[in-house]
Design a protein around this ligand. Structure first.
Ligand code: UT7
Length: 331
């Protein structure tokens, strides 16, 4: 019997209209366009300005875009997974709300949090459900409103992050397309380098934590950079090796968009030419869980059926990994 694989069959996306450029950031903190561009590759990022709108606002729009493109009704969806580090609320599942709002009345839903690797891990979860035969249509949404946890007086973090959402649909495939292999890792040593100190069970919110700005992202950028650069390159090279893929067999690298220098180091290690590397960090910055699906959203037309794509991510925790996937359709 032929093995059922889990293929991506549709993509959707949403980014807010408001553009925060490097030039504007120059008026907010002690930074400059040249520093941001050369150190990170970022030129601008999108910020969600709508009042009372959280991550679900963007996730819903990305999902609706996908459903329209795929031409299916939301009632056909079996499972909605929202990969996010910035849920609408700490407890109520954002995914449950998103599923109801889009009309996925027959689905169950939950959130997955693995910082910047959330979407990558979510792809693995979705594929496992499909491969097991238990579900037929799994919607994975990567969405983050990073502006809700960023201190816009801290130049070391506010220049990096942006808001956005991307969605993909996983469905069974009998042609051997879709997810082929994965290598997912984590190491708790990372939590000292990239974190939000307060608002969790160790340090609940208090007047003191607000005063101390402990609800914002803290990042020791240099340390995270060192781990990210070696680990993302390692897993990407490893997944090529164990699938006997040469650089000519790989059509695309879809890397997490945290820093152009980390992306370049990964591509170099894999021996890939720059034209094979999907990049939109210049326009969106680091949208955490949304980087990978937003790459697919932006470059969908260039992806061809049968193309070998390596996805790679690295995030807080630490969490990281790579996925090897065969693209399943021409658009
Ligand atoms: O997505 C989750 C995982 N996250 C990552 O992968 C991020 C990894 N880290 C990075 O991408 C980089 O470390 C950053 C982009 C965050 C920082 O770049 P860097 O080259 O590591 O800079 P640095 O932190 O070593 O700082 C170099 C200098 C410092 O000044 P001194 O001490 O050399 O005088 C900083 O104070 O640049 C200064 N600096 C800035 N200058 C202008 C830091 N931020 C800024 C800024 N504008 N925004």
């Amino acid at each position: 019997m032929k093995k059922t694989t889990a293929a991506i069959t549709a993509v959707g996306g949403y980014v807010p209209d408001f553009v925060l450029s490097n030039k504007v950031l120059e008026t907010m903190v002690d930074t400059n366009d040249e520093w941001i561009t050369t150190r990170t590759g970022i030129k601008e990022r999108r910020i969600l300005k709508e009042e009372n709108a959280g991550t679900s606002f963007m996730a819903i729009r990305a999902a609706e875009d996908l459903l329209k493109k795929r031409g299916i009704d939301a009632s056909e969806i079996d499972f909605v997974l929202v990969a996010t580090a910035t849920p609408d609320m700490p407890v109520a599942s954002t995914a449950a709300y998103v599923a109801s709002e889009i009309g996925a009345v027959n689905a169950f839903a939950y959130d997955l949090q693995a910082a910047c690797s959330s979407f990558l891990y979510g792809m693995s979860t979705a594929a496992s459900y499909i491969e097991s035969g238990r579900y037929k249509k799994v919607l994975v949404i990567g969405a983050d409103k990073m502006s809700s946890i960023i201190d816009y007086t801290d130049r070391t973090t506010c220049i990096i992050f942006g808001d956005g959402a991307g969605a993909v649909l996983f469905e069974p495939n009998e042609e051997g397309l879709g997810l082929q292999d994965e290598y997912l890792r984590s190491d708790g040593i990372g939590r000292q380098f990239l974190k939000i100190d307060a608002g969790g069970s160790i340090l609940p919110a208090s007047e003191e934590t607000v005063k101390n700005k402990q609800h914002y992202v803290f990042q020791d950028g240099k340390s995270v950079f060192k781990f990210a650069v070696s680990n993302m390159a390692d897993v990407s090279a490893l997944i090529m090796e164990r699938n006997n893929l040469t650089k000519d067999d790989v059509q695309w690298l879809a890397p997490h968009q945290a820093n152009k220098r980390i992306i370049d180091a990964t591509a170099n290690r894999m021996g890939l030419e720059a034209e094979k590397v999907l990049i939109n960090i210049d326009r969106y910055g680091n949208t955490t869980s949304a980087t990978l699906p937003l790459l697919l959203y932006d470059f969908e037309k260039q992806l061809k059926k049968g193309d070998n794509i390596i996805f790679a991510a690295f995030g807080g925790g630490f969490t990281w990994g790579a996925i090897y996937l065969k693209w399943a359709y021409n658009s």
